[in-house]
Design a protein around this ligand. Structure first.
Ligand code: 1CP
Length: 351
């Protein structure tokens, strides 16, 4: 293993954690559960801490990022923390003029659309990642035997923001570029793969016990285009951490039709969105892949008996897979009552 001797997977702190065991294909006694976007606007303590501070500023201030990462672990007793950051943080650190606008999301001062725009992109100076390493290492010191999940955006999802200049529904400009200038497209995705891969590697080196690559907007692609124009770059991003042996997870929204192709980039576990029952996802993946998911986030606002029945159904279907980490099918909606999340954890843990 090339991780440092004081890494939690090397000194043994998280080696037997239910989350790590499940990601490695095992069935621990306690059902592991965490929630995508568990840190953030559903928590009053998050809103209080973030008052008057920009999102990217919070991400790059280690004490703030550490505290926000720990908040949902204390409150919900989840089986993992996910590092508080954002997929566009490495773009910012590489010099891209991007901001996260409240109520909107990542917005670029100038979209990246031409061959010249792409050539002007600079590599990421490894020292720029120091605030990330510092936040991760002090978070891991607080977490003890609870694993920290590091994450990064996959190249396509990053390109969807870079080319559009901000959030979009169908990512039309990105897909236009993909067809009309494949060379520029490939150069852009290679750049994004390395920048996001370095961001993920910095988190793993500093103590993350698992790494998740989010390809949130991959559902707008056909299987052919995914395979030809996107998957090789996702593989390149993941290659930055594969040699560490840390468990890896790949997740996309609207990815039901390309699950085996997503698995093909080399991740151990596949995250499934709410659209596809886990038993069917398991069938499509050949019955050999640990799964993560997939409570419908819409049901978080449903009456508890309706939600509890749904959670039990997800757990039952998850038993068909070799291993299962309970999660949502996408992120926690900001208006969610946090007590509902705590209740789901208790249900999963059998309390
Ligand atoms: O001021 C705020 O509170 C801004 C809201 C916010 C938060 C809390 C944004 C802006 N990002 C984040 C944190 C964040 N982003 C985390 C860590 C928290 C956790 O998971 O517990 C993570 C993992 C992300 C990852 C992220 N950012 C993704 C991939 C996951 C997903 O939800 O699909 C994506 C697509 C983004 C972009 C983004 N950042 C923020 C927003 C509102 C968006 C989505 C915008 C859009 O619709 O395109």
């Amino acid at each position: 293993m090339i991780l440092p001797p004081d890494h939690p997977l090397v000194d043994g702190r998280t080696t037997a954690a239910p989350l790590v065991r499940a990601y490695r294909g095992d069935r621990p006694e306690r059902q592991p559960v965490w929630f995508m976007r568990q840190a953030g606007r559903s928590l009053p303590e998050y809103r209080a801490l973030r008052e008057g501070q920009g999102m990217l500023e919070a991400c790059l201030t280690p004490d703030v990022a550490t505290e926000i990462t720990l908040q949902p672990v204390r409150r919900h007793q989840v089986d993992a923390a996910i590092f508080f950051s954002d997929i566009v943080v490495p773009l910012k650190l590489a010099g891209v003029d991007v901001d996260i606008v409240p109520g909107r999301g990542p917005v670029l001062a100038k979209p990246i659309r031409t061959a010249l725009d792409v050539t002007a992109l600079r590599p990421l100076d490894p020292e720029a990642l120091d605030p990330i390493r510092q936040a991760v290492s002090q978070t891991v010191a607080e977490l003890g035997s609870t694993p920290l999940i590091g994450f990064a955006g996959a190249p396509f999802t990053l390109a969807a923001y870079l080319v559009e200049g901000g959030p979009s529904k169908e990512h039309l400009a990105a897909r236009t570029l993909m067809y009309s200038d494949p060379h520029t497209w490939a150069a852009l995705l290679n750049w994004a793969a390395d920048v996001t891969g370095q961001f993920l590697r910095a988190q793993v080196d500093a103590g993350a016990s698992a790494a998740q690559l989010f390809d949130s907007w991959v559902g707008s692609l056909s299987k052919q285009n995914y395979l030809k124009r996107v998957a090789p770059h996702s593989k390149r991003a993941l290659r930055h951490v594969i040699d560490t042996g840390v468990p890896t997870v790949h997740f996309g929204v609207g990815s039901s039709e390309i699950l085996p192709e997503m698995k093909g980039i080399g991740a151990d576990t596949i995250g499934v969105d709410w659209r596809l029952p886990l038993d069917e996802a398991n069938r499509r993946l050949g019955g050999t892949t640990p799964l993560q998911g997939n409570i419908d986030p819409a049901l978080l606002a449903a009456p508890w008996p309706v939600l509890a029945a749904h959670v039990r159904d997800v757990l039952d279907r998850g038993r068909e897979a070799p291993a299962h980490v309970l999660n949502l099918g996408h992120g926690v909606p900001p208006e969610t009552d946090p007590d509902v999340l705590t209740r789901i954890v208790a249900l999963a843990h059998g309390a």
